[in-house]
Design a protein around this ligand. Structure first.
Ligand code: 2HA
Ligand code: ZN
Length: 301
């Protein structure tokens, strides 16, 4: 099929709004949205998204905005103040999951469960330009995502585009039994398997138990995200960043797996973390040297 797909064809593929004179590939079929949808489905299949648990945001490129713009609403929503401000995200466009909507359902009906929001010039309000049909709003954690995009854009020279929050059970379980400090938890995760220090050499940040969707959680996370690519929310879940969907999903997957291994080893070992065979600090240093990693030295003995 050529560039001018028939209106019926677009509906068959799940397109939301087919405007009279619009041409081009429906938003649902554009590569960035397919990547977003796949991450949601993969997270659901991992078991990390009970009910409406978890949320995802993606900062679009200018070319992606241009390709999606013909499908934007003729009348966007009015501006909604976020209560937080970030000058470096002025005019940005984000794909976001919807408050109260289920990641499990994203694949079935993207334009109901996912939206595109535009950020205003002052960087303190959003408006809906696509999707989240029937009165949807961005995720309850949008202020958190927004502040953290601002921090990660700064920390990565603009490379970070994806923030992904999930409820991976082994990570949550670890926060019930371990001291809630980044050094202790990072060391346990690094020592779970040799890949971990390669995947998150800066380590993982940790917050205490906080109100979900609250501004305090947003602020605490964004302070930690200046240093870490991922932050564990005690008794809640994990917040990961990445330059693309694969890296954000991969980081979530790796940290969850490391937490699972650590928890299983503890159980097999009668609750003791004195394992017969572990990864020593010298092993971690050797990996860091070999792979030229900027490992967080403060977390090594
Ligand atoms: O989106 O996971 O933290 C629902 C949540 C809130
Ligand atoms: Zn959550």
């Amino acid at each position: 099929m050529g560039v001018f797909e028939s209106a019926q064809g677009m509906f068959d593929k799940g397109a939301s709004v087919v405007k009279g004179a619009v041409s081009g590939v429906a938003v649902e079929n554009q590569a960035f949205m397919r990547g977003f949808i796949r991450l949601c489905s993969d997270g659901w299949l991992q078991g990390w998204h009970e009910r409406n648990g978890g949320n995802v945001t993606y900062r679009m490129t200018n070319a992606e905005v241009d390709a999606a713009r013909p499908f934007f609403y003729d009348n966007p929503s009015s501006w909604v103040a976020m209560g937080v401000q970030a000058g470096n995200l002025s005019g940005a466009f984000f794909v976001t999951t919807g408050a109260g909507r289920y990641l499990r359902n994203v694949e079935l009906d993207p334009s109901y469960n996912v939206g595109i929001v535009e950020i205003n010039r002052t960087g303190d309000a959003w408006r809906l330009v696509w999707g989240l049909r029937d009165g949807g709003r961005p995720t309850s954690e949008f202020a958190s995502h927004f502040m953290n995009h601002s921090v990660r854009v700064e920390a990565t020279g603009g490379a970070c585009r994806v923030l992904y929050h999930a409820h991976p059970e082994s990570v949550i379980a670890l926060t019930k039994v371990m001291p809630l400090d980044a050094r202790t938890i990072t060391r346990a995760l690094w020592k779970a398997m040799t890949e971990c220090v390669i995947l998150f050499p800066a380590g993982v940040g940790v917050t205490g138990t906080m109100v979900p969707g609250g501004i305090d959680l947003a602020r605490a996370t964004s302070e930690l995200m200046k240093t870490y690519e991922a932050v564990i929310w005690a008794n809640h879940g994990l917040f990961c960043s990445g330059s693309d969907f694969d890296s954000a999903f991969g980081l979530m997957h790796a940290i969850q797996k490391a937490a699972l291994i650590h928890g299983q080893a503890l159980m097999m070992n009668g609750g003791s973390a004195e394992f017969a065979n572990t990864i020593s600090d010298d092993d971690l240093r050797a990996i860091a040297r070999t792979y030229n990693l900027a490992v967080n030295e403060a977390f090594l003995d």
